[in-house]
Write a protein that binds this ligand. Structure first.
Ligand SMILES: Cc1cc2nc3c(=O)[nH]c(=O)nc-3n(C[C@H](O)[C@H](O)[C@H](O)COP(=O)(O)OP(=O)(O)OC[C@H]3O[C@@H](n4cnc5c(N)ncnc54)[C@H](O)[C@@H]3O)c2cc1C
Length: 447
């Protein structure tokens, strides 16, 4: 049985050593962003565009997080049937992707070419003047009382520190916030288990002329056979290429009873995911028209982790807020994606099966500024999927468009924090005005 979702601490072994070493401070920034997921990129670009000296630190070698390094190629949550919900930086990126042929809207969730997305994000970072350190991991942080002062990072250059006035955590897992001692929750109320994770698989050599366009056909084939991969339906996207060399993206391998903050578990996912990819290839080659000559061209460099820690902030967004479409005076971003829960401890089922949920949200809801300000550190924002929300509210806020909107809000807020040195003491209506001017959606907009 896993621990409950109370604040958890790492279990350090009994034996300890002390590294008594001096660490060089190799940079001094206004803003340091940890993690270049979509939200981190949005935060860094918007902070730099506000005239702030900004640094972005990323463990992998590309920006974009799960949609790029995870190979997902999907960014959704822009609109509901009745409302436009996310604009600003997210929409700007989508429009550029469309113009450059990297986005096709007419498949169920839209298909995004991950490589094109990475290239567009790199250009934005470069043009905004962000200092980017790829292949670099944030491994620790320092604070004076409730104020963060430095991040410690490890790379081929060794172990170094960066000083900054404001920090933004977009590691997905709230790594930086935890290093600074912030409280967090994890998993569902009943047993602390988090949503299952996925390793995204790309199949090349698919003949677009023969492959089913109606994905229900693939689904029927899948459900008519014994299944070796723990999912009872298919999730397939085609990338925007046609002809005999189309690429199909399978969002299907699943890892249950999984903890995305544990190195052994992440390694298990790589091993199990690679095996599941082989099982899927066999099924698709043997059963699905157009896939006879398919082969695996890639599995995600990053494991597709849906949920880990949620950093406790000055407000915790609840399922009731999401379902009621609630707004607050300090709304800084909107969400409208379904409450989408992949079963933590059983095979991922189709919508409506036990443990798996896909609860459509009828109205968009506002996310308060207080959800990105952790309780105990006064110059830190947390964006992306680790914001302050319950397990069930996170199942909606985790969608990418909303994550990007939160990143943009934090990036724009940094300018205001420069004046007060305290995230809890900024002029939020002023921030909302800045966000509107940058195309973000704060108030409800009906279609
Ligand atoms: C399989 C799967 C399918 C999904 N499907 C959809 C979908 O259809 N539509 C949709 O909109 N959303 C979908 N999502 C949700 C969405 O992709 C995520 O919620 C979103 O990517 C979270 O963004 P993030 O920036 O918080 O984290 P991430 O995208 O994980 O980005 C975090 C970044 O931080 C880096 N990092 C982490 N720790 C450190 C560290 N210590 N130092 C330096 N760098 C670090 C990572 O390498 C990564 O680049 C899906 C998610 C998964 C996993």
């Amino acid at each position: 049985m896993k621990k409950s979702n109370m604040t958890q601490k790492n279990n350090y072994p009994q034996d300890e050593i002390s590294l008594n070493r001096r660490i060089p401070v190799t940079g001094n920034f206004d803003v340091v962003v940890a993690g270049a997921g979509m939200a981190g990129v949005a935060a860094a670009v918007n902070a730099a565009q506000s005239g702030l000296k900004t640094c972005l630190i990323e463990y992998f070698g590309k920006p974009g997080g799960i949609p790029v390094s995870g190979g997902l190629g999907v960014i959704s949550g822009f609109d509901s049937q009745a409302e436009h919900c996310v604009g600003g930086f997210a929409l700007e990126i989508r429009e550029e992707m469309s113009e450059q042929g990297g986005f096709i809207p007419d498949v169920p969730r839209g298909a995004w070419d991950a490589e094109k997305l990475s290239s567009i994000l790199l250009r934005h970072l470069h043009e905004a003047g962000v200092t980017v350190y790829f292949y670099t991991q944030v491994i620790d942080a320092l604070k004076k009382r409730d104020h963060a002062t430095h991040v410690i990072m490890a790379s081929k250059s060794g172990i170094e520190a960066l000083a900054a006035k404001v920090f933004i955590d977009d590691t997905g897992d709230g790594d930086l916030a935890v290093m600074l001692g912030c409280r967090y929750e994890k998993g569902r109320d009943s047993d602390g288990l988090t949503q299952s994770a996925t390793l995204v698989v790309k199949l090349g050599g698919v003949d677009a002329a023969q492959a089913p366009r109606d994905l229900r056909e693939i689904n029927q084939l899948w459900t008519s056979k014994p299944r070796k991969v723990p999912i009872d339906h298919t999730v397939v996207n085609y990338l925007p290429y046609t002809g005999p060399c189309t690429v199909a993206v399978l969002n299907m391998p699943h890892f249950i009873n999984f903890d995305g903050t544990d190195k052994a578990e992440l390694s298990r996912a790589r091993i199990e995911g690679t095996q599941q990819a082989e099982e899927l290839l066999e099924f698709f080659r043997n059963e699905v028209p157009g896939f006879e000559n398919a082969h695996i061209i890639d599995t995600g460099m990053q494991i597709g982790v849906r949920e880990t820690r949620r950093i406790v902030g000055n407000y915790t967004l609840t399922e009731e807020d999401v379902v009621a479409g609630r707004d607050s005076d300090d709304t800084i971003a909107r969400g409208c994606a379904p409450i989408d829960i992949h079963n933590p401890d059983r095979p991922h089922g189709n919508f409506g099966s036990p443990g798996t949920e896909h609860l459509v949200v009828s109205k968009s809801y506002g996310i308060p500024y207080r959800c990105i300000t952790p309780k105990s550190i006064d110059n830190l924002f947390v964006v992306g999927r680790a914001i302050s929300a319950t397990h069930r509210a996170l199942a909606s806020t985790r969608y990418n468009a909303t994550c990007i909107a939160l990143g943009q809000a934090a990036g724009c807020a940094c300018r205001l924090v420069m004046e007060t040195a305290n995230t809890n003491n900024i002029d939020v209506p002023h921030l909302q005005q800045i966000l509107r001017e940058r195309g973000a959606i704060i108030e409800r907009i009906k279609k």
